[in-house]
Design a protein around this ligand. Sequence first.
Ligand SMILES: NC(=O)c1ccc[n+]([C@@H]2O[C@H](COP(=O)([O-])OP(=O)(O)OC[C@H]3O[C@@H](n4cnc5c(N)ncnc54)[C@H](OP(=O)(O)O)[C@@H]3O)[C@@H](O)[C@H]2O)c1
Length: 315
Amino acid sequence: MKYVIPGGTGQVGTMLERALRADGHQVVVLTRTPTAPHHVAWDGRTLGAWAEQLDGADAVVNLAGRTVSCRYTPENLRQMMDSRVDSARVVGEAIAAAARPPRVWLQMSTATVYAHRFDAPNDEADGVIGGTEPGVPDYWEYSVRIARNWEAEQERAAVPGTRKVALRAAMVFSPDRGGVFDVLSWLVRLGLGGPVAGGRQYVSWIHERDFVRAVRFLVETEGLTGPVNLAAPNPLPQRELMRALRRANGVPVGLPATRWMAELGAFALRTDTELLLKSRRVVPGRLLDAGFAFDFPHCADAARELVARRRSGRI
Ligand SMILES: NC(=O)c1ccc[n+]([C@@H]2O[C@H](COP(=O)([O-])OP(=O)(O)OC[C@H]3O[C@@H](n4cnc5c(N)ncnc54)[C@H](OP(=O)(O)O)[C@@H]3O)[C@@H](O)[C@H]2O)c1
């Protein structure tokens, strides 16, 4: 099959491309700065010659978006919004213009669309969309708005020949350098892998192998449309996640951090505490209902496998 992956040069795209190529598929990546023969230039905003790549392709997986691992300044928030909304819109326009449109368009979204909550997990049917929960910083609402506008852009696209799925993905754990698992493991090895702000907040995650398997499953399963949660079925409180990472890395202790220390750390790492403090308790209701079985339903097993692979250099 021919896959087109707009924004496929980042952490998720790199590991998805690796897996799809291993399956024998053709992969074309749309990027603002092409550096390889299968890279095609686009600007993520306007139609151009790149759109021909979608004509006759089998599947499009749009991952484009400014990284969310940054300080949430007004300018960065604007770029986070615009890069996602604009790229989803223009991918829709390219599909609409194609004589032979792809059968399926998987559009990245995020598990952050759901409310910060502890009491119950969020699935697609009964989950609570965020933005109005009390007691959280105002700007967290903006992240939810980004996700909603991102998904709305795909919903709005008039592409009758193409099945549309929004991937409400949790953090994708892969051993790739600079990915979230790599950064968390690094903090653990520094002795800083303890609970943050008490560590009650839930963390949703998905092992890269399950992410790729879910993408294949969604491409192959006709009839599945709309939002689908891509998260392991067992999200866990942050303090338990860090314990699992410490065990996998053979590190006995991790310093706990207060909210205030987390603010300092996030500032030093040029990131934002929402990524650490928001309770994302997301479960894969639709995937499980459709018969998808996770290879890594539990975080301890996922962490052991990823650490072993990183140590052996087998990425
Ligand atoms: N990583 C995760 O665990 C995770 C979890 C849930 C959702 N997501 C979402 O999944 C997507 C991919 O994640 P990732 O971790 O692979 O992200 P990433 O490493 O930041 O890569 C995203 C890609 O988007 C492109 N991009 C950046 N700014 C852009 C802009 N202004 N206009 C058009 N393209 C732009 C970049 O490609 P070029 O520079 O080559 O153009 C970049 O390689 C992101 O939208 C992210 O929010 C990620």
